[in-house]
Design a protein. Structure first.
Length: 1125
């Protein structure tokens, strides 16, 4: 080995290289230009193929012919890669210059660092890092650290270098982009923590260096340019998650034992506060990552304990002294409150990080929005949700929901052997949030759904860099008259769609790689902020997208069709605005994938989706509302609702005024408004055959209005003020003022405290009028009338007339799900046809075998139809039922007309004589001629899978459920064959008296369906969460263990030549003495006769829950791979 004539201490540069770009030549040139005389270079390549490694090696040797080049097998992190220097370089009498591959050192950087290390008796020194493209802009001049592992950059992001930070000083952390460390110290510390792949490796190393008593000093006279674009170069990595996870790991492994318990409690409390503050400052995603990282410490407890034991010998300095060097308080929470953060923007050909100025606007806006929603919902919160529309009470027991779901029988309406909606499981699982208080969950789903939609609009609006754009988008989405009207008439389905839609759009744009564009590039032809994202990022986004869609579709199947249309509109609008076809393809493709996954996740229920489950009953005709009334998105009786029309002005203004990527989003927003607005008008006017509830078409319009408001507000400075005075300035001002005007109707709706919902609801009237569990036996009620007034989803009988059947007892939320068609529904429609045509006067007998005891015709419900503005009763409907001889009208409230069936047969009944004989025949004509008589039996047979027991006598046991051979009857243990009764129901002929027992043979395949469905949800959840590897132990190989450089062969004769010309004016000794040692208990001799430091074994096996890059060799592993040079 050759030695330098100067015999100055040897410095070995250790650079981990990963797929370098064109800038790497400048990095190599800066290393070659160093004026330090005893300088060696070692390059560790992470290339995955020989061809790529050979190409990089050739580039290195072209500039540095004497460089050592080795290839690391496998894909490992920076820290584990840099640790290979401990294998490849022997000796302790020298220094390691740890470097990233995207830096460019000033020619004197190494010499200045070595000189200052001697003068300061430091263990680790680092340079001043400046921006690669703009060296006048500071990047880092050392870092502070609080006791919770959060760094403080010391300088303001984007701050220019005016020599204000040029004093040499002690810091707690030096970035690993470039730092000079004593070889003996690095070896004593065992190098970087191999479990930390990226983000946090420097924190761990410097923290442990402080534990040994070594000083960590920043040397601003040494200048290094740094690209700092890891997120752009490695889009496959979950950077936010890794930062949080490694921060938590550092605290858990490096905090002293005496303070660990207290610090753990503080971390939990701080994370909870961070979640709350993050919600109001637009940084909820970071707070959520902290929560996940905190929870992730639990399964990693074993590896944390091993790590603490491994580094225990490095704790030389008392914990109190190290703690005094850390920042007080919480740097992270302070940054939240001050808005101190940098944001990555997509520029013309690269990403840039820019300072986002602090603002109290977002917290104030969120405070006002939450206050308005809570005040407007105060009666919902305090007194319970009124049972108006779909706001029916949730079932009291989540356990019963799960039990019914596992069964293979749907007991609602007439009953059928069909899978139950997936929403039953989602409802039961969500009850954990409210500690299984189901009515609290109902309130939370309504009020919380309103706020969830607002939060989704905020997250979607983060595509606009400015806070005012995000505020405008969120406030407009919340402030349209849409949701107050939905709350007033109890439209739970539309509220669920409203809450989910902005999240779906937010996730699909992330899957397409659309991120905030650089706000300073208005003049460039950037149609979208397209960030280069990897497959892992896209898969996670599509996974979350599919989960959200599947969850809302579990309650509202129509959403899956509406979302497909929204995705198509966004994709086509991208092309219309001149955007990238690749972005359009990703928008459309991600939408299609999410639709397919959501359909699969809702199996087997999704196989039962028919036209009735997706579409609303056919309306009678046009509602007669004008385009202006429809465009308000509110109810006609809302006060000053016409003022909401002002919100459409920003839609036009945004398309006319905005430029670049803001114009693209303006076109997308306008497309949503135009497409769904046209569909809404067509449905209201009955101009097309599209049986969709108008309210379901309104949320995309509201979202389009919100995005337009964001675009016009976000572009006011760049697209309006920066251009010459003309028509744009007054139009933009008017458009922004129009946003304020358009919010007035929603603000006025807050005052009632119940969103103008009726005090007396149809559900409460029905509960008072229809008996619950009467002695006459189980029964059903038939509702006939305008589809808008039925208390549960109905089926179309004819345009403008629908019907629905419910069981006895109070209505519940589960009744709002559409029920599958059965033979009994065909019998009801046949009876209604005979009634409508006047072909029968014995409708009661036709409906009797189906257990229908009451027929209800609603007039008003207080929401869609009121006494002052009632919905007309379909012509001839009331008269047709009044003409029936066996249907008697009973006294009831003026909002309902109730008829009682005098020929009623209970759902479970014992038939004898003529009635028993009639059960063996089919057809309405025969049934109308028989005087039916029955005795109640098998009480409760219609609650879930048919199960009941009763004493029986010779005759017929009638079960008013469509015939199913899985329904069985045993009399004193002897099975009785079943048959169709009245051509529709189930009947059993009994010859002898005894104890009868009705049971239902469960379909065993249903259990497999349930297990498979849960497994599919779990798989998609794991994909969305970004889990990488199972909890198993693995290992990987490392570079060939050979000695390339021996530091102990280097000796110093003229060390003074190293630092004679270094200027130390303004030196700040944080320890107060020039005699401070570099390592505890040991002085640093200028002649570099460095004594040995007792090394602590730090080799450990990491858990497999860490990323694969973190796994290192275990003893005995093959460490003789093929060498690549």
């Amino acid at each position: 080995m050759e030695t330098d004539p100067q015999l100055v201490p040897s410095v070995v540069s250790v650079m981990v290289v990963h797929e370098p770009g064109d800038w790497f030549d400048e990095t190599l040139a800066s290393l070659a230009a160093q004026d330090y005389t005893n300088f060696r270079t070692l390059f560790l390549l992470t290339e995955r193929d020989d061809e790529g490694a050979a190409e990089v090696s050739s580039r290195i040797r072209t500039v540095l012919p004497s460089a050592f080049v080795r290839t690391l097998p496998g894909t490992i992190g920076f820290g584990a890669g840099a640790n290979e220097v401990l294998r490849l370089v022997e000796g302790d009498n020298g220094f390691f210059l740890i470097c990233h591959d995207d830096i460019a050192l000033a020619p004197d950087a190494v010499r200045v660092l070595v000189a200052e290390l001697f003068r300061s008796n430091a263990g680790i020194v680092g340079p001043k890092l400046v921006d690669w493209d703009e060296p006048r802009r500071l990047q880092h001049v050392g870092l502070g650290l609080d006791r919770f592992g959060e760094v403080d950059s010391i300088i303001e992001p984007g701050e220019y270098d005016q020599e204000q930070h040029d004093a040499v000083r002690d810091v707690f952390v030096l970035p690993s982009a470039c730092l000079l460390v004593r070889a003996d110290l690095f070896r004593a510390l065992g190098g970087f923590d191999p479990a930390i792949t990226f983000h946090g490796d420097d924190i761990d190393l410097c923290w442990r260096a402080h534990h040994t008593g070594a000083r960590v000093v920043v040397v601003p006279d040494a200048v290094v340019r740094h690209r700092e674009q890891l997120e752009l170069r490695r889009p496959d990595l979950p950077h936010r998650t890794m930062r949080a996870r490694h921060r938590m790991r550092a605290v858990a492994t490096l905090t002293g034992a005496s303070r660990l318990l207290g610090r753990s409690i503080q971390m939990v409390l701080l994370t909870m506060v961070e979640l709350l503050v993050g919600l109001f400052t637009g940084r909820f995603g970071e707070a959520l990552a902290s929560l996940r990282a905190l929870g992730g410490l639990i399964p990693r407890t074993g590896s944390i304990v091993k790590r603490r034991r491994a580094i225990a010998g490095q704790r030389i300095v008392h914990e109190r002294e190290v703690l005094s060097l850390q920042d007080r308080g919480s740097s992270r929470l302070t940054s939240y409150l001050r808005g101190k953060e940098t944001t990555t923007y997509v520029g013309a050909d690269s990403t840039v990080r820019r300072w986002r100025e602090a603002s109290f606007g977002p917290p104030l806006a969120w405070f006002l929005v939450i206050l308005a929603v809570v005040v407007g919902s105060r009666h919902f919160i305090r007194g319970g949700v009124p049972s108006v529309g779909e706001f029916l009470p949730f079932p009291d027991s989540p356990g019963d929901l799960l039990t019914d779901y596992r069964a293979s029988f749907d007991g609602r309406s007439f009953g059928s052997a069909s899978p139950l909606p997936t929403g039953w499981v989602v409802m039961a699982g969500a009850s954990v949030v409210t500690l299984f208080r189901m009515q609290a969950l109902l309130m939370f789903s309504i009020v919380g759904g309103y706020l969830l939609g607002a939060f989704g609009a905020w997250r979607l609006a983060t595509v606009f860099p400015l806070n005012r754009a995000r505020i405008a988008g969120m406030v407009v989405y919340v402030g349209t008259p849409l949701v107050p009207g939905l709350l007033g008439r109890g439209d739970w389905s539309a509220i669920a769609w409203y809450a989910a839609l902005p999240w779906l759009v937010h996730l699909v744009r992330r899957a397409a790689g659309l991120e905030p564009a650089d706000p300073t590039v208005a003049d460039l032809d950037i149609t979208d902020g397209i960030a280069p994202v990897g497959w892992r990022h896209r898969v996670r986004a599509i996974g979350f997208l599919s989960l959200v869609l599947a969850a809302v579709t579990a309650f509202v199947p129509l959403v899956i069709a509406l979302w497909a249309v929204v995705g198509a509109v966004l994709a086509l609008a991208t092309l219309l605005a001149g955007g990238s076809w690749r972005v359009a393809a990703w928008l459309g493709g991600s939408t299609a994938i999410s639709v397919a996954v959501a359909f699969v996740l809702n199996l087997p229920w999704s196989l039962e989706w028919a036209r009735g489950a997706l579409w609303a009953p056919e309306a009678a005709g046009s509602t007669g509302r004008s385009i202006a009334d429809i465009a308000t998105l509110g109810a006609d009786d809302q006060r000053f609702v016409f003022m909401a029309l002002a919100l459409y002005l920003p839609v036009v203004a945004a398309v006319a005024i905005t430029r670049a990527w803001r114009f693209t989003w303006s076109v997308r927003a306008a497309s949503l408004v135009v497409v769904f607005g046209a569909a809404l008008v067509a449905v209201e006017w009955d101009a097309i055959e599209l049986d969709v509830a108008p309210a379901m078409l309104a949320p995309p319009i509201a979202l389009g209005l919100a995005l337009s408001a964001s675009a016009i507000a976000g572009g006011f400075g760049t697209d309006v003020l920066s251009r010459g005075f003309g028509w744009r300035q007054p139009v933009a001002v008017i458009a922004n003022l129009a946003v304020v005007v358009g919010l007035a109707p929603a603000l006025l709706a807050v005052g009632s405290g119940r969103w103008d919902a009726p005090n007396t609801t149809m559900a409460s009237l029905l509960a008072a009028q229809l008996p619950d569990d009467p002695a006459a036996g189980d029964y059903r009620a038939l509702y006939v009338g305008d589809p808008r007034l039925l208390p549960v989803p109905g089926r179309t009988f004819q345009p403008g007339v629908a019907y629905a059947v419910t069981d006895d007892g109070a209505l519940e939320f589960t009744d709002r799900f559409h029920v599958p068609d059965t033979r009994a529904d065909e019998a009801v429609e046949e009876a209604l046809s005979l009634i409508a045509s006047g072909s029968t006067l014995r409708a009661g007998r036709l409906l009797a075998p189906l257990g229908i005891r009451y027929v209800v015709i609603p007039y008003t419900d207080g929401a869609n139809s009121t006494s002052s503005d009632p919905v007309p009763v379909p012509d001839g409907l009331l008269a047709a039922f009044e003409n029936q001889l066996d249907l008697g009208a009973i006294y009831g409230p003026p909002s309902l007309e109730i008829f009682v069936n005098q020929a009623f047969i209970p759902v479970g009944a014992q038939l004898t004589g003529e009635s028993a004989e009639a059960s063996r025949t089919a057809g309405a004509e025969n049934l109308a001629q028989v005087d039916l008589d029955a005795q109640p039996s098998m009480i409760g047979v219609d609650t879930g899978p048919p199960t009941a027991a009763n004493e029986v006598i010779p005759g017929v046991v009638h079960v008013g459920i469509p015939f199913d051979d899985r329904i069985t009857l045993t009399v004193d243990g002897t099975e009785v064959d079943g048959r169709p009764g009245f051509g529709v129901t189930t009947a059993f002929d009994i010859d002898t008296a005894g104890t009868g027992r009705v049971t239902y043979d469960r379909d065993e395949s249903r259990g497999w369906w349930t297990a498979s469905q849960l497994a599919l949800w779990f798989v998609v959840l794991v994909v969305a969460a970004g889990a990488r590897a199972p909890f198993v132990r693995r290992r990987t190989t490392s570079a060939h263990d050979e000695t390339l450089i021996d530091l102990d062969e280097q000796w110093i004769e003229h060390a003074d030549t190293v630092y004679d010309d270094v200027d130390h004016d303004g030196y700040d000794d944080g320890y107060g003495s020039d005699s401070t040692t570099g390592v505890a208990g040991e002085a640093l001799d200028p002649t570099l006769t460095i004594g040995p430091i007792e090394t602590t074994e730090t080799t450990e096996t990491t858990d497999a829950d860490e990323p694969i890059e973190a796994w290192l060799d275990e003893p005995g592993a093959d460490d003789d791979p093929e060498e690549r040079t």
